[in-house]
Design a protein around this ligand. Sequence first.
Ligand SMILES: [Zn+2]
Length: 52
Amino acid sequence: MSELKGTCPRCGSTNSVDLGNPTIHVGKTRQARVNVRECTNCKLVFYEAYEE
Ligand SMILES: [Zn+2]
């Protein structure tokens, strides 16, 4: 059920590199931990939900 993990939202490539798992601010008080990835095909940097 995780075949879309790391898939680029722009070009659909599944080749991406992990840039880390920072905590970002969502709104004024909420925070969320995300997984930052960079597509090796089109160089788009995108976020996806971090799963422990
Ligand atoms: Zn891409």
